[in-house]
Design a protein around this ligand. Structure first.
Ligand code: NDP
Length: 327
């Protein structure tokens, strides 16, 4: 038996609770992992609260991030005792995830725990942080360099936003944070934001084009915010879009793309090919200051993850939440 969060949906309704789970119920997979830590991402918030159709099979153990130790492996790439990390691949959505003391996974989903990080630091970064790095890498790939101008980061006090600010600032970019939480101004400045703008400046319907400002952008909000950012991005600037915290729609026009040559890049972490993941983790080892990671992170016990998921959906959680599944 092991302890885990189980999401059930039946005639009694949609609910998440901590339960004792029999090992025999673990799903198919060639590697069994003793989980040390998981985390709470926006997607885990949707899964645990049922606020979004993230979970595709019931019952489901949520948790899209895992850091742990291999207990048993039929995969030639892994042996008992190996320290591993997992992000995405549908884990916590279609395959039982990390908010439990044990997980059975497919070896090809795993990456070795990066040498630069402890298991706890790896989940503190988690999917949110690794996605932030994918956004930074996409900006670089499209030629955006420190010194080119301001980079705007939306949803700044959330998980993706916090790590994006810390990484961009360390790389020498000038970062402008967009947040709905003025009380987090000191936190955002501590991470490296040069300026903070209230999110209301971006959330209403805007014009097809506005005054040019951004050399690049990391957007986690979508909807009017993403449209307004595209409309105010400088000639040949680059916008990365990875989230929908403000809505899934994109009420924009083609004007920024055909008149200013703006590039809009979609960023997906879930199915991102393994070689790019390895590069992202290697880059995080170099370009994320672990002292800032400590500022970004707080820890909760397994049972606390359920109420904390509801707070995350209400926009009340700052930075990243690590879950100690053995506590
Ligand atoms: P968090 O909940 O940690 O952060 C989201 C932040 O967005 C909030 O902290 C808040 O920032 C802002 N926000 C919330 N609601 C609204 C709103 N209605 N309008 C404007 N801003 C809002 O989530 P994560 O950082 O984990 O994820 C952010 C987004 O990125 C999510 O949509 C998630 O699904 C997506 N994502 C996508 C991935 C991919 O592979 N494409 C991977 C990881 C995440 P503030 O209070 O500062 O305004």
């Amino acid at each position: 038996m092991f302890k885990g969060i189980l999401i059930e949906k039946d005639e009694a309704g949609y609910r998440a609770s901590v339960q004792g789970i029999d090992d025999a119920r673990l799903p198919e997979g060639d590697v069994t992992v003793r989980v040390d830590y998981s985390s709470l991402n926006y997607k885990d918030g949707l899964a645990i609260t049922g606020k979004g159709p993230v979970v595709r099979k019931f019952p489901m153990v949520p948790g899209i991030d895992i850091a742990g130790t291999v207990e048993a492996s039929a995969n030639p790439d892994y042996k008992a005792g190996d320290r591993v990390v997992l992000n995405g691949w549908g884990v916590g959505e279609t395959h039982w995830g990390g908010l439990a003391q044990k997980a059975r996974l497919r070896g090809e989903w795993l990456v070795p725990l990066p040498a630069a990080f402890s298991a706890r630091q790896a989940v503190a970064i988690g999917t949110a942080g690794y996605t932030a790095m994918l956004c930074v890498m996409a900006l670089e790939r499209h030629g955006v360099k420190p010194g080119d101008g301001e980079i705007v980061v939306t949803g700044a006090a959330g998980g993706v936003g916090s790590v994006a600010i810390a990484v961009l600032a360390k790389l020498g970019y000038t970062v402008v944070a967009v947040s709905g939480r003025p009380e987090e101004g000191d936190y955002l400045k501590q991470l490296g934001a040069a300026e903070i703008i209230d999110r209301s400046a971006f959330s209403a319907p805007g014009k097809p084009l506005g005054k040019e400002r951004w050399a690049g952008a990391v957007d986690v909000v979508g909807s009017h915010t993403l449209a307004n950012i595209c409309a105010t991005t400088r000639y040949r600037g680059v916008v990365t879009a990875c989230g929908l915290a403000g809505g899934m729609d994109f009420p924009s026009s083609v004007a920024p793309f055909i008149l200013r040559g703006v590039t809009l890049i979609g960023v997906d972490s879930v199915m991102c090919p393994r070689p790019e993941r390895l590069v992202a983790w290697e880059r995080l080892g170099r370009d994320l200051d672990v002292a800032k990671l400590d500022v970004i992170t707080r820890e909760v016990a397994l049972a606390e993850a359920i109420p904390t998921a509801a707070q995350l959906m209400d926009g009340k959680v700052r930075g990243r939440v690590v879950v100690d599944v053995n506590r």
